[in-house]
Design a protein around this ligand. Sequence first.
Ligand SMILES: *[C@@H]1O[C@H](CO)[C@@H](O)[C@H](O)[C@H]1NC(C)=O
Ligand SMILES: *[C@@H]1O[C@H](CO)[C@@H](O)[C@H](O)[C@H]1NC(C)=O
Length: 320
Amino acid sequence: EAPASCPSLSSSGKCFPWRVLESGGSELDAVERGCGQCEVDQCDGSVGYGGSPDESGETTLDAMIMDGNTMEVGAVADLRRVKNAIGVARKVIEYTKHTLLVGESASLFAVRMGFPYEDLTTRKSLSLYSEWLNQSCQPNYWKNVVPDSSKSCGPYKRREEVTSKEEQTSSQRSVHNHDTIGMVVIGVSGTVASGTSTNGAIHKLPGRVGDSPIAGAGSYADSTAGGAAATGDGDIMMRFLPSYQAVEYMRMGTDPTVACQKVISRIQKYAPKFFGAIICANTTGSYGAACNKIPGFTQFHFMVSSPLLSRPTEQVVDCI
Ligand SMILES: *[C@@H]1O[C@H](CO)[C@@H](O)[C@H](O)[C@H]1NC(C)=O
Ligand SMILES: *[C@@H]1O[C@H](CO)[C@@H](O)[C@H](O)[C@H]1NC(C)=O
C-alpha cells in the first residue's frame, strides 16, 4: 500500500536517506534517518506515535536496523512512551551486546540513552480507539473465547472446545491495518543496510510483536548478497523469515524481482489470502518487489532513489 522507501522528500526533492549518503553518512545513518523521518511524519498512520492503538488504546512501537557489513542488528519491540524507535534500535547496536530489547525495559534503556519520555497517544489514536470500542471491538485478534470475539468486546475467557478453523479473512486484516516503513540502502561499494519502523497492527493484543523488529522477517541486510524488507500481515509473514529468504535467493544469483516473487509464492501456499509485500535489492543495485494479490490489494507502490534517477521515483508492481 504505502510507498515503502522514501518517507519524506527534503526541500531539494531528494529522499532524506539519499542526502545522508551524499553528505558522507554511512548506509546505516541513511536507514536511521529515513525511518526516523517517517516516525516524525507519522507516515501513513502506521509508523510512529499516534497510530494503531492496541486493545487498551495505547500506541507502542517496533523497529530494527541491520548492518550488512558486520551482521549486527539492533531492535526494539513493544516500545512505550518513546517516539524515535529506530534511534533506540541503533543504540542497541552501539551501546549493548544485545540484539532485541522489549517493553517497559526497552523504554528505560531509551531514557538512559537520552531519549525523552513522551505520550504517544493523540486525538486521532484516541478516536480510533473509541470507534473500535463503539463497534463491539471489531475487528480483533482473539479466537476460541467467550464471549464470542466476533461479536463482543472482552474480557474474554477460553472456550472449552478449541476449533482450528481460521476465521479471519484477508479483508478483515486489511490492507490499512498493517503497514511499515521498510528500507534497504545499498552504498556505492555494495555495502547494504536495512531497517523498519512501525506501530504494529491496530487493535492488537498488548504485547503482540510482529515481523518488523525481527531480523530476517521485517528486514535483512548482508553486504555479500543484498537486502530486503517486508510489510504486511506480520503475524503470518514472520513465520517464513521472508527477508532472510529473499536475500538467500539473491545470494544464489536470483534476480531481485524473482527473489521477491519466490518468497511471496512460498507464503501463498499456506496463507493464500495473506496481505503482504516485499522489496529486494542486490549488491550491484538491481532491485524489485512483489506482493500477494488479494481483493483491494493488487499493486504495490515503493520508492526508489538512485544515481540513475534524477529524483526519487515511485515504482509499481502488480501483485502475483
Ligand atoms: C457509536 O455508534 C453509533 C451507531 O452504531 C453511533 O450512532 C454513535 O454516534 C457512535 N458513538 C460514538 C461515540 O462514536
Ligand atoms: C543483481 O541483479 C541483476 C539483475 O538480475 C544482475 O544482472 C546482477 O548480476 C546481480 N548482481 C549480483 C551481484 O548478483
